[in-house]
Design a protein around this ligand. Sequence first.
Ligand code: 3HC
Length: 331
Amino acid sequence: MYSQGLIGADGRTEESEAFLEAFQKRIDAEEKIEPKDAMPEGYRRTLIRQIGQHAHSEIVGMLPEGNWITRAPSLKRKAALLAKVQDEGGHGLYLYAAAETLGVSREQMTEELHSGKAKYSSIFNYPTLSWADIGAIGWLVDGAAIMNQIPLCRCSFGPYARAMIRICKEESFHQRQGYEIMLTLCRGTPEQKEMAQDALNRFWWPALMMFGPHDKDSAHSEQSMKWKIKRFSNDQLRQKFIDATVPQAEYLGLTVPDPDLRWDPELNDGKGGYRHGEIDWDEFWRVVKGDGVMNRDRIAARRKAWEEGAWVREAALAHAAKREGRRAAAE
Ligand code: 3HC
């Protein structure tokens, strides 16, 4: 079980300067923090928040793509999409398990998702209107997820870092199958290319929002980077994603829906990069706060799945208890 700092008289966790300094020394020495290690309560809470919301994003992220499994244009596309959606479910389970090592239960995290107390990535509140959206999600959403998740493989918290290594291997397949869908459409009929352009138009800006608010507006980045939970800032990762993705759009023959996008050879310390237009942060916060097109549907679907899955959880727990009983009796 995790070890907290001392709980003060007022219930707040009081941690001595020496305790906090010793912990930061471990972080600075690139040591991995494991669940049984003494850790500041703030570190623990930040990890529960981020890992739990990451897990929610994986599970809710299954819904927009699951919407197209029965409508995939071929058996091959159906098989690849089925595999991807199943992977996302597995990513959610690894991440919930990593969060549980910090003393939070699956039930508590699930309740916080259903009540709206816990967030998930706002991108999943946009509808999937055409098959091209499945390509755009794989290409852009999983592409952004990879950009953000590769550094998390070096997160200071051991279970999160280890979960990320497996997840990133699968994300690469997700991104490639999405880009291949877009390439096929762009090399298809004019209508198919238009469908791909329409999907890019609708998913480009929400994909940039996946990296979070600008650094100056990020509530958590500074501390998360000190604790080496985050290795790069939101804006740094967003810029890396834009610089990698714009050439891919050009190769597809598609236009990135940003009239302010332009190459600046001075950017990135003279290596060059793309300057881009401003993100609509009103839209971002409106969707994060629950007023997106699909927010209500997503949570309703998650509630329904949780309720309809109760019998499976009960059966699995009963079976585990019986097996434990038999093992104890045999000792
Ligand atoms: N959608 C919803 N909420 C968001 C958000 C987004 N795109 N970006 C930021 N936020 C929220 C944060 O959660 C935080 O709210 P909170 O205090 O209630 O948690 C607030 O906005 C301020 O943002 P910060 O930048 O201060 O927060 P973080 O330091 O946590 O940074 C993050 C946000 C970059 C998303 C970080 O949490 C992170 O790296 N998380 C792990 C990766 C992750 O969750 N990715 C989501 C997509 S997973 C995915 O796409 C699966 C793939 O298989 C398809």
